[in-house]
Design a protein around this ligand. Structure first.
Ligand code: ATP
Ligand code: MG
Length: 392
């Protein structure tokens, strides 16, 4: 019998009638994620998902690490399988968890018995195995209240499994169970985090980046692609839509009041993002905006930017402090790339005194100097798409 990986599903177990669909999606996402590590059988039984290697060539360590970024899993653990027999379970626990037992001052055994036909109760199993383990590891005391190590035994339909503390999973809901959204991805710290947060709620993401060549360099574009690549373990494969933005910015600079430059530019980002979203059947836009962080992120400014979109604009970072965003960026592994010093289109032609509290009617008036539809269509026609597979 081989080691296996056991996954506990998160909130999806609460979804009643939809549960089956959620579970299928999670299984499909896990299968896709661990494919590079060999052949596995992945199936669900009693709200646990089992990942079993089909042969000895499978890289169980690699699969185990990869599973840590799949949304929809609350915890996961490697477990050793053994026959459903008290002595076989004890022998397996002593062998498999020997190092951890020797390293711990105290332990207890906790048993779950989902096979109700098994002739011993959970308590009997725990007592039996715990007693023999205490004899085998004389320096490790039994402590049922606050043990350092919990030895988990699960007696299930096909076999018994032994494991120690599960690791926390990525949480959230399986990507693809909650619709899809366009996420505006700049090269900064915030937008990779906002993208991650919305993907975590089960949303399939299409990243969109506005690119102002030659004002922003090829290296700046590569940086954004790298950020998207770092997000693929969470989001699954991504196609980054890179929108040429230079002409729009030049037109705004030439024809609109300087103090409204940023707000008008951001309205173009919203219009184009909405078009891409609707074309792809997405239901929302996502930004890394954060209340008061910049002139374009006051409430009045956001009123003006979202006025051009019929889709809801999700701003998961709206109430965070920068330090909280940085913590998350570090945790998901995007921070170091985000702080590389490349320019973003938002820093091109930045007004000296941007209007902090723009009035919608004034902004609309100022935009009359532009052929908005033609500019949007031209940008959409020039989109470059970059496909990224997970972990490529
Ligand atoms: P980030 O927040 O990621 O760096 P920022 O702190 O520089 O961006 P802003 O420049 O004000 O903040 O941008 C606010 C939001 O607008 C970003 O979080 C992102 O969602 C979107 N955005 C800004 N620039 C771009 C761009 N070049 N392409 C796509 N989206 C962008
Ligand atoms: Mg920001």
């Amino acid at each position: 019998m081989n080691d296996i990986i056991l996954l506990k599903q998160g909130e999806i177990v609460l979804k009643g009638l939809n549960r089956r669909g959620f579970e299928q999606k999670l299984i499909a996402n896990v299968v896709r994620r661990i494919k590079p590590f060999g052949e596995f059988k992945v199936y669900a039984l009693q709200s646990t998902i089992y990942v079993e290697p089909k042969d000895d060539c499978a890289d169980l360590d690699g699969a185990f690490e990869a599973i840590g970024t799949v949304f929809g899993i609350v915890s996961y653990t490697r477990a050793a399988a053994c026959p459903k027999d008290l002595d076989a379970i004890t022998a397996k626990a002593i062998e498999y968890l020997g190092d951890e037992m020797r390293g711990a001052k105290s332990f207890k055994v906790e048993t779950k018995r989902s096979d109700k036909a098994f002739p011993h109760s959970s308590i009997e199993i725990s007592q039996y195995v715990g007693g023999l383990m205490a004899e085998a590891f004389l320096d490790t005391e039994v402590d049922v209240h606050s043990p350092e190590l919990v030895v988990h035994i699960e007696v299930r339909d096909l076999a018994a499994y032994v494991h120690s503390a599960p690791r926390p999973g990525a949480g959230g809901m399986p990507v693809g169970t909650n619709g899809s959204a366009v996420s505006l991805l700049s090269g900064g710290i915030d937008s990779p985090v906002s993208t991650h947060m919305i993907a975590k709620r089960g949303v399939k993401i299409i990243p969109v980046h506005f690119f102002s060549f030659p004002y922003t360099s090829e290296a700046a574009k590569e940086k954004v692609i790298e950020l998207a690549r770092l997000l693929t373990p969470y989001c699954g494969r991504l196609t980054v839509e890179i929108v040429p933005f230079t002409r729009i910015q030049e037109e705004i600079k030439d024809k609109c009041p300087e103090e409204l430059f940023t707000i008008i530019m951001r309205r173009f980002m919203m219009r184009i993002s909405e078009k891409i979203a609707l074309y792809n059947g997405c239901e929302a836009l996502v930004t890394g905006e954060n209340l008061g962080q910049a002139a374009s992120q006051t409430m009045k400014a956001m009123t003006c930017t979202e006025a051009v979109s019929s889709l809801p604009v999700l701003r998961p970072l709206i109430g965070f402090d920068k330090s909280e965003i940085v913590l998350r960026a570090r945790a998901i592994g995007t921070f170091e790339t985000s702080i590389l010093p490349y320019e973003d289109c938002c820093t091109v032609f930045t007004p000296r005194h941007p209007k902090l509290h723009p009035v919608l009617s004034e902004v609309e008036e100022a935009e009359k100097a532009l052929d908005v539809d033609a500019l949007v269509d031209e940008a959409l026609a020039g989109i470059e798409r970059v496909r990224l597979e997970v972990g490529e």
